[in-house]
Write a protein that binds this ligand. Structure first.
Ligand code: OGA
Ligand code: ZN
Length: 334
């Protein structure tokens, strides 16, 4: 166990039986940051001052005073997990007929004052809340001022150096202590900037695909692992036993680089109050098909094949049998 990790009471971590290494924690001037980012490897970056204008300032109180008084998007869960789902895919024509999807969380619109009140009065057994919303120019002049003072030079340098595409959004995450975002991957580069409280982030490389069993692409839980980390079903998902990952704890001022297609599980720790994060999501850069392909490019190819088969077969149930017929004894052992 590293020095950083041993500072943490193990009781603050949820217990998972996982094989995890520590993500390197490096000062932004350390040349090893570049070596890692160049290779699409995660790194925890300190000293960047990326969101310095918000660190020590943005608290639940401050957001209540300064975020605009209109409604904001809040997810409500009966447990600690907030598993993302794509609402558009619930009603899509390729959803298997007869299979009901029951959303694990409820999306509601709420004033920040009501959100803050619920957090302050929360007691065990109550529903949990998680505010998640893209920052925009109508979110209150003081918040916008703080936002404009972010260290844009730092992120723009990264974007240019690694040939990322455009910045698509900055999502503001305000979580109750103990909330968990279950394991998933995104199709964007992410600079995950922690403002308040502490989050444990567990990451897995794209080559862990087989061990993490993502839902099929047509499913509302596309890009999410089917495994419940609290109670893994090793009979259904035996390779989960072999999964190898890495982890870190992000605190105020830290920036975690979550490379595109890397799996991540995020838990807000029971220390330091509600957690506040702003992420910086960038589109993938232009694809250069240099061989051998990188693991994340293979995941992208698999997604496209899955989508294409669904498009032509129209019936999700037919995808598996067709693929099996295609590979058995020809591209695989019998
Ligand atoms: C992300 C993400 C979840 C969280 O930024 O991509 O999944 O709980 N965040 O912070
Ligand atoms: Zn994510």
């Amino acid at each position: 166990m590293s020095a950083e990790k041993s500072e943490w009471e193990s009781s603050q971590f949820r217990k998972y039986d996982l094989n995890l290494e520590e993500i390197p924690r490096l000062h932004c001037d350390d040349p090893r940051v570049d070596e890692l980012m160049q290779k699409n490897q995660p790194v925890l970056i300190t000293g960047s001052n990326l969101v310095k204008s918000a660190v020590d300032k943005w608290t639940l109180d401050y957001l209540e005073k300064n975020l605009d008084k209109s409604n904001h998007t809040v997810f409500v869960s009966r447990n600690h997990k907030f598993k993302y789902f794509d609402e558009k895919k619930i009603y899509s024509k390729t959803s298997p007929k007869g299979v009901e999807f029951s959303p694990p969380t409820k999306r509601v619109e709420m004033k920040v004052a009501d959100f803050a009140k619920k957090l302050n009065e929360w007691k065990r057994g109550d529903e949990r809340l998680y505010l998640q919303e893209s920052l925009n120019s109508s979110m209150g002049s003081t918040i916008v001022e703080d936002f404009l003072k972010f260290n844009w030079q730092f992120v723009t340098e990264k974007k240019n150096k690694y040939h990322w595409g455009e910045l698509t959004s900055n999502v503001l995450f305000v979580a109750m202590e103990g909330n968990v975002t279950p394991c998933h991957y995104d199709e964007q580069q992410n600079l995950f900037a922690q403002i308040a409280g502490y989050k444990r982030c567990i990451l897995f490389a794209p080559d862990q695909f087989e061990c993490l069993y993502p839902h099929p692409v047509y499913h509302p839980h596309d890009r999410q692992s089917m495994i419940d980390f609290d109670r893994p079903d090793y009979t259904k998902y035996p390779k989960f036993k072999n999964v190898k990952g890495c982890e870190t704890v992000v605190g105020p001022g830290d920036v975690l680089y979550i490379p595109i297609y890397w799996w991540h599980h995020v838990e807000s720790l029971m220390r330091g109050g509600p957690t506040i994060t702003v992420n910086f999501w960038y589109k993938a850069g232009p694809t250069n098909l240099e061989y051998p392909l990188q693991d994340h490019q293979k995941v992208s190819i698999m997604r496209n094949v899955e989508k294409m088969l669904l498009e032509v077969l129209q019936e999700p149930k037919e995808v598996g049998p067709l693929l099996r017929t295609m590979v058995l004894g020809r591209y695989s052992e019998p």
